[in-house]
Design a protein around this ligand. Structure first.
Ligand code: DX5
Ligand code: ZN
Length: 215
């Protein structure tokens, strides 16, 4: 499955990019929310997400890179998020935050940065629908894939299987047409791609190329 990241969209012509995603029937749309505090960049908030919701029926996979995300779960759920993922280091009571996400009838995710360990999974696996593995340091599109993520995807997939969990693995950062196949083979279920799609002259063609790569 693919989840194009709108961080790299042309915001002066966002409808064009949504038309491409609708036509390509992508699986999810990845929405990166940054607060200039948890990460050194600022992006979009719930009001914009709510407006974008009118442009598509494709599920929104909302990646919160903000401190104290628990204060914004309701706003993003009301804006139309279908999955909300949070970073453990951004919230004091992770279990409560994950329960809060699910209490809105939507799916919950946890995001691990490249240097963060998988061991936390032991305690949260039953509370998450999505494990988002960062393959770059969060904050910016267009960065280089960090290779240590490959082994981490495998280890995460093994753990999820050992617990008979239905949790999906999503990989975010530096994903492109050259490494996509290997990421699926290692155990990724969903690939996020921003610049590999929207920085190209024809984003629609790139989405179709991604969709042709099968797990
Ligand atoms: C980075 C974001 C990513 C970003 C990926 O903080 O979480 O979703 O948009 O961009 P690319 O695919 O260009 O690495
Ligand atoms: Zn992201």
């Amino acid at each position: 499955m693919i989840s194009p990241s709108i961080l790299s969209c042309d915001f002066t012509d966002i409808k064009r990019d949504f038309d491409y995603m609708n036509k390509a029937e992508v699986d999810f749309i990845h929405v990166d929310v940054m607060d200039g505090n948890y990460v050194p960049n600022i992006s979009i908030g719930p009001a914009i997400v709510g407006q974008l919701r009118a442009l598509t029926d494709i599920p929104f996979d909302v990646h919160l890179m903000i401190n104290n995300p628990e204060n914004y779960i309701e706003s993003f759920a009301k804006a139309g998020a279908d999955i909300i993922s949070v970073h453990p280091g951004s919230t004091t009571h992770l279990n409560r935050t994950l329960n809060s996400i699910r209490s809105h009838g939507i799916k919950s995710g946890v995001v691990l940065n490249p240097a963060e360990d998988l061991s936390i999974l032991e305690y949260i696996i039953d509370d998450i629908d999505l494990l988002l593995l960062m393959s770059v340091n969060p904050g910016f599109g267009g960065q280089k894939f960090i290779d240590s993520t490959l082994r981490k995807i495998e280890k995460a997939a093994q753990f999820i299987k050992s617990r008979s969990s239905k949790c999906l693995i999503e990989v975010d950062g530096g994903v492109n047409l050259s490494n996509a196949q290997e990421l699926y083979e290692r155990g990724a279920d969903i690939l996020v791609a921003g610049s590999a799609i929207f920085s190209k002259p024809n984003p629609y063609d790139e989405m179709i190329k991604f969709k042709r790569i099968k797990k």
